[in-house]
Design a binder for this molecule. Structure first.
Ligand code: GDP
Ligand code: MG
Length: 373
């Protein structure tokens, strides 16, 4: 048995098997792969070649050359942080309206912005003086996409159901996503301002899928709201905070920042603009950031009001300028000690991404070759 990570070079594979690298390259050629000594081989190729030399391959953990070892938290360094909330629910049940109402009513207007751009996340202060951060990417596609990339960013999910409609397929899907992710839910029964609103019918339908709300003796907090009039929204936020309290969300604000990419795009004037959610530590202008396969020095940061900020602590979303490309939503970001370290890892990750996309393209060819052998 041969233990290795994926993507070792032809040379490394040869030395692991104690054969000459020329023999490995020769076998590659038989497979139609023209490998150089230092070329990294993908898992499939490694498996086939090792087999030729009589080895079974067992792949070990991801290549640690591309992993960033994050600082461990000591309990005494941890302080409370705000919950990060995602709103999910069926189309037209009012996700966008709810997000907009919360953003507009809770954000103090008037601040002259240095940048005007809708960013994919924002944070608000509730009347009780506590912060709540929202991911402004309604719909569970974003939630699922992020989770698929291993990002654990949502602390509490708000499930919106329109009181004049019903528990719909996407409502059930959203509930399912939150449950699978182990994220607590607060139900928002929206559009209660409408004359034909029937919140009790919604509660009954929820009960039918085993979501029993609190006032019916269940464990799920539920709030009737109107994204149109604003009724119940403050209470909804308090319920979210209550849910968060149970989770005892904490982070160390003193360490190097870590967090998740929410969205990124190329702006003609300003280069790559990246919305990130800082999850722990504090990010500062001038820090070297590694995000997915990209890196760069933070040139400037803005909050969701467009106001320039110099630093951002845990559970704070910011828009940052300075990366050399657009990382993907859900990519983790880390602050690195040096430019060089960040560049090295970014380059390796990029190479692996390239090789992986080549491998998926090559897959059929290899299978065909296998059949011919
Ligand atoms: P989304 O698809 O879940 O993002 O739903 P939207 O926020 O786009 O809302 C769908 C429609 O419902 C829009 O026409 C909104 O104006 C309307 N709407 C949303 N919330 C309310 C509400 O609380 N009351 C009323 N009367 N209409 C609402
Ligand atoms: Mg919408």
């Amino acid at each position: 048995i041969l233990k290795t990570t994926e993507f070792i070079s032809a040379n490394d594979l040869a030395s692991l098997m104690d054969v000459s690298v020329n023999d490995v390259i020769g076998k590659c050629m038989n497979l139609g792969i023209f490998a150089s000594i230092n070329q990294r081989l993908d898992a499939e190729t490694i498996t086939i070649i090792a087999d030729e030399f009589g080895y079974d391959v067992k792949f070990t953990e991801a290549d640690d050359e591309t992993e960033v070892v994050e600082e461990k938290d000591r309990p005494e360094d941890l302080t409370d942080r705000a919950p990060i909330v995602t709103i999910m629910g069926h189309v037209d049940h009012g996700k966008t309206s709810l997000l907009d109402f919360i953003r507009e009513s809770k954000v103090t207007a008037g601040e002259a912005g240095g940048i005007t751009q809708h960013i994919g996340a924002y944070d608000v202060m509730t009347d009780s003086g506590k912060k709540v951060a929202f991911l402004d990417t309604p719909g569970h596609e974003a939630f699922t996409a992020m989770r698929a990339r291993g990002a654990k960013i949502t602390d509490v999910a708000i499930i919106v159901v329109a009181a004049d409609d019903a528990v719909m397929p996407q409502t059930k899907e959203a509930i399912n996503h939150a449950q699978v992710a182990g994220v607590p839910m607060v139900i928002a029964i929206n559009k209660v301002d409408k004359p034909n609103a029937n919140p009790n019918k919604i509660k009954e339908e929820l009960a039918n899928i085993n979501i029993l709300v609190e006032d019916w003796g269940g464990k799920y907090q539920c709030q009737e709201v109107s994204a149109k009039t604003g009724a119940g929204i403050e209470d909804l936020l308090e319920k979210v905070l209550l849910e968060a309290e149970v989770l005892e969300l904490k982070a160390n604000p003193a360490k190097s920042a870590v967090g998740t990419v929410v969205e990124a795009e190329l702006d003609k004037g300003r280069g790559y603009v990246t919305t990130i959610m800082v999850q722990a530590g504090t990010l500062r202008v001038g820090d070297v950031v590694l995000a997915g396969a990209h890196y760069g020095k933070v040139k400037a940061m803005f909050d969701h009001k467009g106001k320039k900020v110099d630093e951002a602590g845990p559970s704070t979303p910011v828009l940052m300028l300075g990366l050399d490309g657009a990382p993907q939503a859900g990519d983790r970001f880390n602050v690195m000690e040096s430019d060089r370290e960040a560049r090295d890892i970014a380059n390796k990750r990029e190479q692996i991404q390239r090789e992986q996309s080549m491998r998926t393209k090559k897959h059929i060819t290899l299978d065909e070759i296998g059949r011919r052998l």
